[in-house]
Every structure is written in C-alpha cells, then in structure tokens.
Ligand binder design. Structure first.
Ligand SMILES: N[C@@H](CCC(=O)N[C@@H](CS)C(=O)NCC(=O)O)C(=O)O
Length: 212
C-alpha cells in the first residue's frame, strides 16, 4: 500500500498508525501548493480534491478521509490493537475520530492556519475552540489515552495538536492535554514520524523559498 502525504499534515496520523502496525508501505509526498508528486504527476488524478491523506491499496483502489483510512489500517493489522473490539468502544473511537476531524481539525485549526482566512474568522474559531480543548483536557485528566489504550484516534489527535505551535492555541492552558502531548511524543512510532516529517517539512519550505 502507498500513503500519499504532505509533511506534518493530517496524513501523519496514518503514518503513525502504519508504524504502530509495522506495516509495509510506501510514502509518496504531495506538494500541497502545486498538488504535484515527486515524479511530476498531478496528485488529483489519484485523489480529485488534492487533499491528503489518500491510501492506495495494492489492487490500485484508493481510500480517502482520515477517519476511514485510520480504521482501515487498524482493521487490516488487528494484531496492533489500534481499535477496540467491543461495539460500544468502537463507536466511542468513531466518536473521537469525528470530534477530532470536525471540531478540531476543520473548525479550529484550518481557520487558524489558513493564509486566506477572512477577517474575524480566526478569533471566532479560537473562541469556539476553547470549549473543545477544555473538554479534551477534562477527559484526559485521569487517562493516558482517549480510550483505554493507544488507538488511531490518539494518532490523529496528536497530529492535530502539533499544529498548535503555529497558531495562538496555547496548550499550556490545558495541563492534561499538554501532558498527553508530551507523553505521546515519546512513543516510538510518533517520535519517528515526527522527526521524519519535520525534516521533510523543512526541506519543502527550503524548496519553496528557493523557487519564490
Ligand atoms: N476530510 C479530510 C480532510 C483532509 C485535509 O484537509 N487535508 C489537508 C491536510 S491536513 C490538505 O490536504 N490540505 C491541502 C488543501 O487544502 O489544498 C480528511 O479527514 O482526511
């Protein structure tokens, strides 16, 4: 299988999950501005919206949407225990994946990170986002992970939280969430993904500066 990703984007959650599962996979970088692949092909021929992640399976079929891809990876490698087995806990996992994808990724971080965000939208997102971060902080006050053990939802939450450093979101206001971030950073799959993607991000930025 082949993961289409951009460095430090939400696709990093799938990379972390693939590392957790010790899965064999290829990683293909997508330029988020041009939508080009390293071989010059247009990524939109693979995934029409040009968004990462996309996971191409060995039969050529393509999966999109983080919540779906993450669960596919977890189901494909059940030995890694990346999703709960009971129906109720599996639904809780989906609850968290939806929460992270909608309330945090799209509603909070996209307006804060966007360079074309309309005036006032950043402040609105930041104000609305406070209660979402506070909810997570309360939930994590007496837990190591979102569920009883590490799951693909933690891979996604960790990825989204890394974006806070480029925004006015101050995680220090949320001690349990901050501690969670620090704790997860020490996990081998996460440390490896973060180091690799930080380097690729810096290289992509240098290429962008050179061509500007
Ligand atoms: N709903 C999609 C959203 C994916 C998404 O927004 N990806 C971002 C990176 S985190 C992207 O590719 N942005 C490039 C763009 O907006 O052109 C998912 O959950 O996978």
């Amino acid at each position: 299988m082949q993961l289409y990703f951009s460095p430090l984007a939400c696709s990093m959650a799938t990379r972390i999950s693939l590392y957790e599962a010790e899965a064999q996979a290829r990683y293909v970088e997508v330029d988020p501005d041009t939508k080009h692949l390293p071989n010059g092909d247009d990524y939109r021929a693979i995934s029409p919206l040009g968004l990462v992640p996309a996971l191409q399976l060995d039969d050529g079929s393509v999966l999109t949407e983080s919540a779906a891809i993450l669960q596919y990876v977890a189901d494909r490698f059940p030995g890694a225990g990346l999703v709960p087995t009971s129906p109720l806990e599996r639904t809780r996992l989906q609850q968290w994946l939806s929460f992270i994808g909608t309330e945090l990724h799209k509603a909070l971080f996209v307006p804060l990170l966007g360079d074309k965000t309309p005036p006032g939208a950043r402040e609105y997102a930041l104000e609305k986002g406070g209660s979402k971060l506070a909810l997570l902080d309360t939930h994590l006050a007496d837990r190591q992970f979102l569920l009883g053990r590490f799951s693909v939802a933690d891979a996604y939450l960790f990825t989204v939280l890394t974006w806070s450093m480029a925004t006015p979101v101050d995680l220090k206001q949320y001690p349990a969430l901050s501690a969670y971030q620090v704790r997860l950073r020490g996990r081998p799959s996460i440390a490896r993904a973060l180091a690799e993607e930080s380097l690729l991000y810096a290289q992509a930025q240098a290429r962008r500066r050179k061509s500007a």
